[in-house]
Ligand binder design. Structure first.
Ligand SMILES: [Zn+2]
Ligand SMILES: [Zn+2]
Length: 642
């Protein structure tokens, strides 16, 4: 008999060789029907894989992130089967799951896919799904597999095989389709009830433009039709709120060919938005005892070798500049600089915790094909901070970071959010993860405890931690239900060692600090991109880059308009004056397009009474008030983040 430990800590006994499916069925038939794959000791596997030793087991349904991955990757196989039906001889590269669905990179030879072809393939997929074919796993010796694909002339699979060892070569078959694949997969195609192929794009083999261009076909599938319908509706709404369109229309940001792709230029209104976000961050960080630091945009390669970014992260960095016999890199992260600042002066336990904050600008190399508006860029300004603390302080510090997130979510009207807690995989210690099992155990336990205590919704995902510690990705949903990953918190017990950072503890011994990396307001680029969609461009008053527009009824009242504008501007309120010789109706319409929260119409009566006639966006006419009353009202609203 073996012991199977479930996520709630309960232990159940089974005969050796039991499968995850058997375990599910022994709990309830309903569960057995809903599970699609399983995590055994943190590794995602087929439900049918025999478990021969004591193990921890998590049964995965579609709503689990790893369940989704299995589901969508299996759907890529289903699409491949449909493609092979219509295009015999088609060759397949890789078909991974992505954030929303999956894709497969395929070599269709001389065939080109049209929108109609895509429909045809989608229809075939539905037919094949309904056959409820099982995904079955088989193994093959490497030599045999190489021979098979050599005869078939499939250079792609041969390339994949090249990196595999004998004994780890597995194939999966469903229906008439067989693919070289590591798995895991869902039990059968019948789980896939709703299918949509969404897009076709070109993709160079291995992302290298010197290689052949393959066809990348995207799709998404669900276990229920209703889930797909909701997803499609959401996409339509998202199109209307596309941050690239709104950003242009509202004059927030632009790109310029001579500046370069992925390098956004912030127009004055974008600049105003950024100032307000930074003011919010600085106020809260000040209240929580952060101190502000500043670091240069470049550093010698030696810094990044010490941090470990080089050579592992080199692909994501801009190529180096040579100067005075040294290589200099644009910084891709602020952390190494902050660690140097920590190490610059001796520290004692009385100094701890230390919280270094910087809205640091980083530069990352993204392939030009991957760039996307503000969401994927090459220069980014991050709401960064690093908290250096003792083990005893960790819980409280991490709790405070979480509180800050929740506070921001409230301010921005973000109702749905989730912490995605990524842990390590014990069998990958020393390779994917730094080899320090005790620290992994300790920090993961601490993070889990804080997450449970804080009551924040979270999911735990094995084998997705950072190299040097567990991480928490913060996922938020916009007003239309689209998911964004805005920020990542990391707990880091390795960098202190690499940078030889220490403080003197109360026993007069040197001790390494723990480091928390956090960026609740994300980068300006990603967060403003999110906010544009979230608010559909209608920023709340406190955040709006144009808070008040003053519209004189005729040119005669421009001077009074100026007086109103200047008294607002003196108080830091973003106010503009429309001095054009246009009719008031036209001025109001033009201002509405800019989604300005307040319009103040001024004419003879307002001028004589030192008053303003107020129009609130979305609410219309609000009557006339003395200017001083309006100012008091708007200041109050701004202070309350309305
Ligand atoms: Zn597969
Ligand atoms: Zn960091």
């Amino acid at each position: 008999m073996i012991n199977i430990t479930l996520p709630d800590g309960s232990v159940r006994q089974y005969e050796a060789g039991v499968t995850a499916y058997d375990v599910a069925a022994s709990i309830s038939q309903g569960l057995a029907k809903a599970v699609i794959s399983a995590e055994v000791n943190g590794e995602v596997v087929d439900l049918s894989l025999p478990i021969n030793k004591d193990a921890s087991l998590k049964l995965l349904k579609f709503d689990d992130p790893n369940g989704k991955k299995t589901f969508w990757h299996s759907s890529a196989h289903l699409m491949a089967e449909a493609l092979e039906f219509y295009y015999p001889g088609v060759k397949f590269w890789v078909g991974p799951p992505v954030d929303n669905g999956f894709y497969y990179d395929v070599d269709l030879g001389d065939n080109k896919l049209s929108a109609e072809d895509l429909e045809k393939v989608e229809k075939k997929m539905k037919e094949l799904a309904a056959q409820d074919n099982k995904y079955t796993r088989s193994e093959m010796p490497k030599a045999e597999a190489v021979k098979y694909f050599t005869e078939k002339g499939d250079e792609y699979k041969l390339d994949l095989l090249h990196n595999l060892n004998d004994g780890e070569i597995t194939f999966y078959t469903q229906g008439k389709f067989t693919d070289l694949c590591r798995g895991p997969h869902i039990p059968s195609t019948g789980f896939i009830k709703a299918i949509k192929l969404t897009n076709i794009a070109g993709a160079y083999w291995k992302g290298d433009e010197k290689n052949k261009q393959l066809t990348r076909i995207y799709g998404i599938t669900y276990p229920k039709q209703q889930q797909l319908d909701e997803y499609v509706n959401m996409l339509e709404e998202a199109k209307k709120r596309d941050h690239r369109l709104l950003g242009k229309e509202l004059e927030i940001f632009t790109f310029d060919d001579e500046v370069g792709p992925g390098l956004p230029l912030w127009l004055p209104k974008g600049g105003a938005l950024i100032e307000k976000l930074e003011a919010l961050a600085k106020k809260n960080e000040q209240e929580q005892g952060y101190v502000r630091v500043k670091s240069p945009h470049i550093a010698k390669d030696s810094l990044y070798i010490r941090s470990g970014h080089l050579p592992y992260y080199a692909e994501s960095m801009f190529p180096p500049m040579e100067m005075e016999g040294h290589k200099y890199y644009l910084k891709a992260m602020n952390c190494p600089h902050h660690h140097k600042i920590f190490g610059a002066t001796p520290k004692s336990y009385r100094d701890m915790p230390l919280r270094f904050a910087e809205y640091g600008t980083c530069y990352r190399y993204e392939q030009s094909g991957e760039l996307f508006g503000l969401m994927r860029v090459r220069s980014l300004q991050m709401n960064d901070a690093h908290i250096y603390c003792t083990k005893e302080q960790f819980e409280e510090e991490f709790m405070k970071v979480n509180d800050l997130y929740v506070k921001y979510f409230k301010i921005f009207g973000i109702d749905k959010y989730q912490m995605r807690f990524s842990t390590h995989a014990p069998e990958k210690l020393g390779q994917k993860y730094i080899n320090n099992p005790e620290m992994w155990q300790q920090t993961e336990d601490m993070v889990r405890k804080v997450l449970q205590k804080s009551g924040l919704p979270f999911v735990e995902v094995a084998d997705e931690a950072a190299f040097y510690g567990p991480k928490i990705d913060i996922q938020i949903w916009s007003a239309i239900g689209r998911e964004f990953t805005i920020a990542t918190n990391q707990v880091d017990f390795a960098q202190a060692e690499r940078f030889d950072l220490s403080f003197t503890n109360d026993k007069n011994e040197k001790e390494r600090p723990l480091i928390i990396h956090r960026a609740p307001l994300s980068t300006h680029e990603r967060f403003i991109g999110f906010l544009l969609e979230h608010y559909a461009g209608k920023f709340p008053l406190w955040l709006s880059p144009e808070q008040v527009a003053i519209l004189p009824i005729s040119e005669k009242f421009n001077d009074y308009g100026k007086e109103v504008r200047d008294s607002l501007k003196k108080l830091g309120i973003e106010a503009t004056l429309d001095e054009r010789p246009e009719k008031i109706g036209r001025k109001i319409r033009d201002t509405e397009i800019r989604k300005v929260p307040y319009m103040l119409v001024v004419g003879e009566k307002e001028m004589n009474d030192k008053a303003v006639a107020i129009r609130r966006q979305g609410q219309g006419d609000q009557g006339t008030k003395p200017l001083t009353d309006f100012i008091a009202q708007i200041q109050q609203e701004i202070a309350e983040y309305k």
